[in-house]
Design a protein around this ligand. Structure first.
Ligand code: 8OZ
Length: 372
């Protein structure tokens, strides 16, 4: 029987324990450039089995929220390199989450104030976070109406993910990448019947709706090796106005196609992102999904996320239900989360007023547990 505190291999990464830091949007990178404060923040959390960076834009068009970092400019990459150096100096491992928001954006955040892009010209009933450059004040705004990507533009999306992955590893010093195919952002928008009404090879059937994410994954794997690549999915989340007619069949098809790629990990948000893991109106069999992946020969770590606590995380790993558990909000307020879980110490509460934007407060000022 394995424990949450046992090491495990995740593709080419060797994790000293099975506690991951989930990707967490913090909006503290003005002009998309990581700051010295971000070096401190990630280095403080380096005892995680694996750190997953906050969602990081693969291109200017991929931006949907103010002050989210990017991976598409030299200054951004060099600033990330300082972050990964700081994590490595503390003995940690860090992968980056490659993010294209698709329609979850605002014209004020897009190059030339253009419409955001999406599989179809359908506006999400959702909000995005925009900081007023004049006052510095952040507010949630309704997302702008998107335009549908032309078929000829899709190779450009695949290319952007691939270039970002190569630069993330080569220039920015990340140990790997995770493609953000969850929470109603671009790749998830392609997957779903509610947001993808295309009539070309990228819409309609499950095979077609999975095509873009699979092209991105195969291209990234070809470029940096499957052992450095993970993917995040959220089969039934309602986040960002997403639904699907048959998520079980959709995601089973997806993981079957991912199985031959030799991935580092599959990262599954169970239930409603940041909410309950069980949704009465959106049932889903996660065990069957994992079995489908394994039966198809899928390797690497099966990582689960969403509201796990010490007890349920230990149980998930000990029972073999999952290999690694990713913690989000608990990692905001407990930089030494692994130690606290292992020693069964109390966890500190997070300050949700300081999740997005701002400086050190509610970011790098959460202490470790006192040494006994
Ligand atoms: C919270 C606020 C803004 C973005 C996600 C990247 O849901 C996010 C996100 C979360 O995946």
């Amino acid at each position: 029987m394995s424990s949450l505190f046992d090491p495990i291999e995740a593709g080419s990464l060797r994790l000293p324990n099975r506690v991951a830091m989930a990707p967490l949007t913090r909006n503290r990178a003005p002009h998309a450039i990581p700051t010295p404060l971000m070096q401190t923040y990630y280095a403080q959390r380096a005892s995680a089995g694996m750190l997953i960076s906050e969602g990081t834009a693969i291109s200017a068009q991929a931006q949907g929220y103010s002050d989210v970092p990017g991976l598409y400019g030299q200054e951004q990459l060099q600033a990330w390199k300082k972050v990964t150096n700081a994590v490595h100096a503390k003995g940690g491992r860090i992968v980056t989450q490659l993010w294209h928001v698709g329609r979850i954006s605002h014209t004020s955040l897009q190059p030339g104030n253009q419409a955001p892009v999406a599989p179809s010209a359908l506006t999400a009933q959702s909000k995005t976070y925009v900081i007023d450059p004049k006052t510095g004040e952040g507010k949630f705004h309704p997302t702008s109406a998107p335009r549908a990507l032309k078929s000829q533009e899709l190779p450009g999306i695949v290319h952007s993910f691939t270039v970002a992955a190569v630069e993330a590893v080569k220039s920015a010093g990340f140990d790997g990448v995770e493609l953000h195919s969850a929470n109603g952002y671009l790749l998830d928008q392609f997957l779903r019947t509610s947001s993808n009404h295309r009539t070309d090879d990228y819409g309609g059937s499950i095979e077609n709706r999975c095509r873009l994410v699979l092209e991105c994954m195969r291209s990234v794997v070809d470029a940096i090796g499957g052992g450095k690549v993970g993917i995040r999915i959220s089969p039934v989340t309602p986040a960002n106005d997403i639904t699907d007619e048959n998520p079980q069949a959709l995601f089973e098809h997806l993981v079957r196609q991912l199985a031959p790629l030799g991935l580092s990990y599959i990262h599954v948000i169970e239930g409603s992102t940041g909410g309950p893991r069980e949704l009465a109106d959106r049932p889903f069999d996660y065990h069957a999904l994992k079995q489908t992946y394994r039966i198809a020969g899928g390797k690497g770590v099966w990582m689960v996320n969403n509201g796990y606590d010490r007890q349920s995380a230990m149980q998930a790993v000990e029972s073999g239900y999952a290999d690694v558990v990713a913690f989000g909000k608990a990692y905001i307020s407990n930089p030494d989360l692994v130690h606290r879980l292992q020693a069964n110490l109390p966890l500190s509460d997070w300050d949700s007023q300081r999740f997005y934007g701002g400086g050190a407060e509610g970011y790098t000022d959460y202490p470790n547990a006192p040494q006994s």
